[in-house]
Design a protein around this ligand. Structure first.
Ligand code: CTP
Ligand code: CA
Length: 244
């Protein structure tokens, strides 16, 4: 049963949650983005706050209507790009007992951001390099979660990642999740198996939670609120006793 009552293990604990999808600007009017609505991360922030934790949500482009579902006690900060989010998360994580990276952070960003709107056709430059919008050069963004694992801002903090996976011609979705859990090294990785209409948007959700060795810890399915409750239960179990 969902437990809205405060959990002693969460009383006074600081929990940092990220949500939404970063947008990486190309020019003043365009960006590279993704389909994350931020609903799962927002539901988690609400669920953990309802259990008595002190919650900070760092969000990238989560609609106001979604943010409005949060209790007033949640501190809400904005970070629109991966680089912004890395800075805000590194800062806020110094004081967090738990960090849940539910945001979809863009892996790449445009190598340069044009100060003026790019045009679909530009005169071909002499060096033969493509101009305008036919080719966009990308550079890798920082991996925020990997950085928290390798260089923890607060020793002993619990790190939780999320991964949306699909099967492909090499492996099924869960096998990708298992490999990622080992590679990422977070304490927990919630793997969301993305089906045709499952996973994104305001639809029921299914996650398999793996530990850092890729072993299954638990499964949860249902609404994003139900999945959030199950994940908060797990966080409570994983927190060392004793408080701050
Ligand atoms: N993540 C992050 N910083 C990034 C990319 C991802 O912190 N630059 C975090 C996400 O918030 C999520 C976890 O890492 O909690 C897994 O993200 P995912 O995109 O599934 O993993 P990647 O290692 O980027 O692998 P993939 O090639 O499948 O995108
Ligand atoms: Ca990624």
């Amino acid at each position: 049963a969902p437990s809205a009552a405060p959990s002693p293990a969460l009383q006074g604990r600081h929990v940092l949650v990220t949500a939404g999808g970063t947008r990486e600007p190309l020019d003043p009017v365009r960006f590279l983005g993704n389909r994350s609505s931020g609903r799962q991360g927002t539901a988690l922030a609400a669920a953990v706050a309802a259990r008595g934790a002190q919650v900070t949500l760092v969000h990238a482009h989560v609609e106001q209507a979604v943010l409005d579902t949060l209790p007033g006690t949640v501190r809400v900060l904005e970070a629109g790009t991966a680089v912004d989010m890395e800075r805000v998360v590194r800062q806020e994580a110094r004081d967090a007992d738990v960090v849940v990276m539910a945001a979809a952070v863009a892996d790449m960003r445009p190598a340069s951001v044009s100060a003026t709107k790019l045009k679909k056709s530009l005169p071909q430059p002499e060096d033969g390099k493509p101009a305008g919008l036919t080719t966009v050069e990308l550079v890798e963004n920082p991996d925020i979660l990997a950085g928290l694992v390798s260089d923890p801002p607060r020793p002993g903090q619990l790190l939780v990642g999320f991964a949306a996976e699909t099967g492909d011609s090499h492996q099924d979705a869960l096998a990708h999740g298992t490999a990622k859990a080992r590679r990422k090294g977070a304490h927990l990785l919630a793997v969301n198996v993305v089906g045709e209409s499952l996973g994104f948007g305001d639809v029921p959700n299914a996650v398999v939670v793996l530990d850092h060795q890729g072993h299954e810890v638990t499964r949860a399915r249902g609404t994003k609120a139900q999945v959030a409750e199950a994940l908060v239960d797990l966080v409570v179990q994983c927190l060392p006793a004793g408080g701050r």
